[in-house]
Design a protein around this ligand. Structure first.
Ligand SMILES: [Zn+2]
Length: 356
């Protein structure tokens, strides 16, 4: 991985971006991509759109949009009790059993406030409590406040709470962090623009850092409308199935480090798929193929049914332990996905017909 691009990746992971609270990460994106883009704009929803044209101020009628969502799952402070404990509700999808006993950070107006989330120790639980999965109303975030007034002196209702942001490298090129979903995809679409900026393209490329994907693909809806692309490719994490217990007959065989996944199915334009596959072959970029027999739960779904329909594809970065604080990816898969998107853009000409 290019050294500066790697620093950008780490910066994305170190910056909180709960859905609806994406400004800090969009600041990071704007600061980095400006150098490689012909234009960078932010819409009122908060999406950052960075464009590269065949020449400055000369957009091509053939527009390609790459979308990586910048938001991450998080919690929100809904109630502070008299003892100063914070009660939270989820922003996006959580597995409650993974929350217990974790370090969290409350992102307040005056900065990050450390906290822990737990429940009573096993010795003090009733038999019934011990055997059931707790609900959000059964757990709390403890910031060490003396009482409600003390907590309220720093925390406001509606403040977002994330897992403690922390990056760890594992063996053999693997890395773990909260919110690999989808900071890896965000990194890929911006890295693709950097690679393209050193070459001559015939299409215009719009790399978009979309907001609020985790709560209903919302940023992809608004940004696809405004970019009005011909071709749209979303980059998001997908489940690696190389961990114990997965039924490959049902979920396929997707491995970390074996390349980004190119999806097939109703959510994917077959001509875009064909070009992605042939570009991968030509440039010897390893890829994995996977079928999805329905609409995907990604920005690719919103993109495809925007306006009169967009020729859409989806690239997956294999990910273990999705929506946990220890999401694991292989860094080579990110690098190869960025290469694939860059080579794809270089292969697109204004005359291409994407009619399925
Ligand atoms: Zn995602």
């Amino acid at each position: 991985m290019d050294e500066r691009s790697q620093a950008f990746f780490r910066q994305l992971l170190d910056t909180p971006s709960p859905s609806g609270f994406e400004r800090p990460i969009q600041d990071v994106v704007r600061a980095w991509v400006g150098e490689f883009a012909h234009e960078v704009r932010t819409d009122w929803h908060g999406n950052v759109i960075a464009a590269r044209h065949p020449a400055p101020n000369q957009p091509s009628p053939m527009k390609i949009m790459y979308a990586g969502h910048c938001d991450q799952i998080a919690l929100m402070v809904e109630h502070i009790d008299n003892d100063g404990y914070l009660y939270i509700q989820p922003i996006g999808g959580f597995d409650m059993q993974i929350l217990l006993g974790q370090y969290f950070t409350v992102w307040t107006k005056s900065g990050p406030v450390p906290g822990v989330l737990s429940r009573r120790p096993p010795h003090l639980l009733t038999n019934e409590e011990r055997n059931k999965v707790p609900q959000f109303t059964d757990v709390w975030v403890d910031i060490g406040a003396k009482d409600r007034a003390d907590a309220e002196s720093i925390v406001r209702l509606g403040d977002p709470v994330t897992y403690q942001l922390q990056y760890r490298t594992l063996r053999n090129g693997l890395a773990a962090s909260p919110a690999m979903d989808d900071k890896v995809g965000l990194w890929v679409v911006m890295e693709a623009l950097r690679l393209i900026s050193q070459r001559n393209i015939q299409a215009s490329v719009y790399s978009v850092s979309t907001v609020q994907e985790e709560i209903g693909l919302r940023g992809a809806i608004t940004s696809t409308h405004s970019v009005a692309p011909t071709v749209g490719i979303a980059v998001d994490v997908c489940h690696a199935t190389d961990t114990p217990g997965n039924d490959k007959k049902q979920v396929g065989d997707t491995r970390l480090g074996a390349g980004p996944v190119i999806f097939r199915g109703a959510n994917i334009n077959p001509r875009v798929f064909d070009l992605l596959e042939s570009v991968a072959q030509t440039h010897k970029i390893p890829v994995q193929i996977r079928g999805v027999p329905r609409a995907t739960g990604t920005d690719a779904n919103a993109m495809q049914i925007s306006r009169d329909g967009v020729a859409t594809a989806l690239i997956g970065i294999p990910n273990r332990y999705m929506h946990s604080p220890v999401e694991v990816v292989h860094l080579d898969d990110l690098v190869n996905a960025a290469k694939l998107l860059a080579e794809f853009a270089l292969a697109v000409t204004p005359e291409m017909d994407w009619t399925p």
